[in-house]
Design a protein around this ligand. Structure first.
Ligand code: SF4
Length: 169
């Protein structure tokens, strides 16, 4: 049997690593499944109760129910540098089943991220203190109007922790 090359060997180290990386989050597609945050935890061996990125569940502004807001920690999330250094996508992007996360160089007009951000008027959280500044959200005004200016706490005990510790139901 011939030796199979690993994905990063085929792509080539650093080939697709963006100079100015941007994460684009399409809130219209996010179903709050936590695949992204759990993939991140697995990839980086993040201890229980801690997160490099996470998905907050928040009340819907327009009717009863919840909506979802993926957040990326300014202090700990490096957009999967261990993978992007090899031309791969961050684990969270690879794991997302709905295509809600896109990653690339938003300054490069040839990239899908650039075109999607421009066409959808993606915006960042204005109060970014605990979260990365280079994350842009599609649908933020409709889904989380309060969060645009006020930001969102990263640490309250909510759905992510309940999920990973099996305390739901
Ligand atoms: S994996 Fe995708 S759909 Fe699931 S919570 Fe994360 S961003 Fe949303």
């Amino acid at each position: 049997m011939s030796k199979q090359s690993l994905p990063w060997e085929r792509i080539g180290r650093g080939k697709n690593r963006p100079e100015k990386p941007t994460m684009l989050v399409d809130l219209r597609r996010c179903i709050g499944c936590h695949a992204c945050s759990i993939a991140c935890k697995t990839e980086h061996r993040v201890p229980l109760g801690e997160f490099r990125m996470r998905v907050r569940w928040l009340p819907r502004p327009d009717r009863p129910g919840i909506s979802f807001l993926p957040l990326f920690h300014a202090q700990t999330c490096d957009f999967g540098a261990n993978r992007t250094s090899f031309g791969m996508l961050p684990a969270c992007v690879d794991a997302c089943p709905t295509g809600a996360l896109q990653f690339g160089d938003a300054a490069d007009p040839d990239t899908q991220v650039h075109q999607a951000a421009r066409n959808s008027r993606a915006v960042p959280l204005e109060s970014q203190a605990p979260t990365r500044a280079d994350v842009r959200y599609i649908g933020l005004e409709a889904w989380h109007p309060d969060a645009i200016h006020a930001g969102v706490e990263l640490s309250p005990e909510d759905s992510d922790i309940i999920y990973e510790q099996g305390r739901h139901g």
